[in-house]
Design a protein around this ligand. Structure first.
Ligand code: SF4
Length: 219
């Protein structure tokens, strides 16, 4: 799907979470991913189909809506497919607040630097403090860290979060469940078993109510 330059195709946002990096952060998940990892925890966000169309300025303001927010986390879907728009979100947000930026990607950093798959990749990488790269491999899911599987690497592209005390690669996983009206969503990289328990709980509730499950908010 093509969008006008800068316009983002957004799967979801979450303002104020502690499950996607150090401190209180806001998350932006883009719609569409060129990969098809077996066991992807957000399969609804793989198709390159229209979702919410939003401008960077609108998103930056939204993500900073909670004054506690000190960082942004970009995930999806594949953020590098919408790199120009995300780079602009980061730039505009930083005009208002000095936020850190974490970004997930299924690409490898070397590939992004050597052959950027989309416009704006260099600009987005320049804005990112921590990049978590590589595709999800279910067999290498060790239940640790802010990454889905142990093949995924944590790159501190700046020194900003190196002294944060947050162990991106090995920390015990945490996740949040947010319920809003008829929807429930799982935010973060869930500990082993939580995703299945979440699915079962939602399915059980759904049989008696109109609650709708949204995909987990992580990679
Ligand atoms: S795990 Fe990530 S890279 Fe793989 S298909 Fe899902 S969204 Fe894409």
């Amino acid at each position: 799907m093509s969008t006008t330059p800068g316009t983002l195709n957004v799967a979801a946002t979450r303002v104020g979470t502690e499950a996607l990096g150090p401190g209180v952060r806001s998350a932006l998940w883009v719609q569409g991913c060129p990969f098809d990892c077996a066991g992807c925890m957000s399969p609804d966000w793989i198709p390159d189909r229209p979702a919410r169309q939003a401008e960077p300025g609108e998103l930056a303001a939204e993500l900073l809506g909670d004054p506690r927010v000190g960082g942004l986390t970009f995930s999806g879907g594949e953020p590098m497919r919408q790199a120009a728009g995300l780079a602009e979100v980061a730039r505009l947000a930083r005009l208002a607040r000095d936020v850190s930026v974490i970004c997930f990607t299924g690409y490898r950093l070397e590939q992004l630097r050597r052959r950027p798959p989309n416009p704006g990749v260099a600009e987005l990488l320049a804005a990112v403090d921590v990049l978590i790269d590589g595709r999800y491999v279910a067999a290498l899911d060790d239940g640790r860290g802010l990454r889905g599987s142990s093949n995924q690497r944590v790159h501190h592209l700046t020194r900003r979060l190196t002294e944060s005390g947050y162990d991106f690669a090995h920390r015990p996983r945490t996740a949040e469940i947010a319920v809003s009206g008829p929807e429930a969503m799982l935010i973060g990289v869930p500990p082993p078993g939580l995703l299945a328990a979440f699915d079962n709980a939602v399915d059980t509730v759904r049989t008696g109510t109109t609650i709708a499950k949204e995909p987990p908010r992580e990679r």
